[in-house]
Design a protein around this ligand. Structure first.
Ligand SMILES: Nc1nc2c(ncn2[C@@H]2O[C@H](COP(=O)(O)OP(=O)(O)OP(=O)(O)O)[C@@H](O)[C@H]2O)c(=O)[nH]1
Ligand SMILES: [Mg+2]
Length: 270
């Protein structure tokens, strides 16, 4: 069972509640590869403020599926923007959207919330055009909240937030795959096998191409062989092979992949 709710998240959740009244606009960040599972339940109070939903890592997600999500939420009246934070794609549209919901004289105070590793701090740095917030390719980098000023905005960075209990372990699994849960508390081999099973059904050609697979049997074994993942005695090192697959997925080396489509459970087919 996957569970991760360290103390700094509980504290951050309380503090967000306290800061909300100071804030003009809330940017809620979700991961474009798992748009539904990465939206944080339990912070519904943020919906009461002018609110923009942002799908980050659009560059890593399946574009067709991302468009379905955007349509789906726009039909429900949500303001949605897709970003590639690293390449600054979508940023000007976001700036305009913030200015539109906030037309007063002073600088808008913008609260940024989202799951760990979704790009909260990266987006803050891009909006402020300076590297004030610490970023890193693992969850739990930001530990406490911090105001960042710059370029016409006052931005509140907050620690990536999860919730006290994953009722649906499939949600936890997806959060783990996109690296929003610490790898150290996970069974990496199990996780990689789960991802491979998903890819076999939904993106077999990407899997075959990346690892030059002969067939779709014992994929992790084939990857271990191909990549020379061996222990000292010469036996296959599945841990190492699992790291290869997860890294390739997370960095986009496996191609653009999305694990969710609106109104359909893609992980329920096998
Ligand atoms: N490919 C891609 N990577 C991104 C994007 N946005 C952020 N990243 C990367 O995602 C990683 C996490 O970014 P952070 O900004 O530290 O994430 P965070 O949400 O602040 O995470 P915590 O502080 O740990 O909760 C970094 O390696 C970023 O470079 C994006 O749009 N596309
Ligand atoms: Mg951060």
């Amino acid at each position: 069972m996957i569970q991760w709710y360290p103390g700094h998240m509980a504290k951050a959740r309380r503090e967000i509640g306290e800061k909300l009244k100071l804030v003009d606009v809330v940017l809620e960040l979700a991961d474009a590869r798992i748009p539904s599972s990465s939206r944080n339940p339990g912070i519904e109070e943020i919906q009461r403020k002018p609110h923009i939903l942002i799908l980050t890592k659009g560059d890593l997600a399946d574009e067709e599926r991302t468009n379905l999500w955007v349509d789906y939420w726009r039909k429900q009246g949500e303001e949605v923007i897709v970003l590639d934070v690293l390449r600054r794609r979508g940023l000007n549209r976001l700036k305009d959207a913030i200015k539109k919901v906030h037309d007063k004289n002073r600088q808008p105070r913008v609260l940024v919330v989202g799951i760990p590793n979704v790009g909260n701090s990266s987006l803050i740095n891009q909006l402020a055009q300076r590297s004030s917030a610490k970023i890193g390719a693992k969850p739990g980098v930001t530990r406490s909240q911090q105001w960042v000023k710059g370029q016409g905005f006052q931005l509140l960075d907050t620690p990536g937030l999860l919730w006290p209990k994953f009722d649906d372990q499939m949600v936890a699994q997806k959060l783990a795959v996109v690296s929003s849960i610490r790898d150290e508390i996970l069974d990496i081999v199990e996780l990689a096998k789960w991802l491979i099973d998903f890819l076999i059904i939904h993106y077999p050609e990407k899997l075959i191409e990346r690892y030059k697979l002969e067939n779709l049997d014992d994929v992790l074994v084939q990857i271990a062989h191909r990549r020379g993942c061996l222990r000292k005695g010469g036996e296959l090192d599945f841990e190492q092979a699992a790291q290869v697959v997860l890294k390739d997925f997370r960095t986009g080396s496996l191609g653009r992949i999305s694990l969710e489509v609106p109104g359909e459970d893609l992980t329920d087919e096998d």
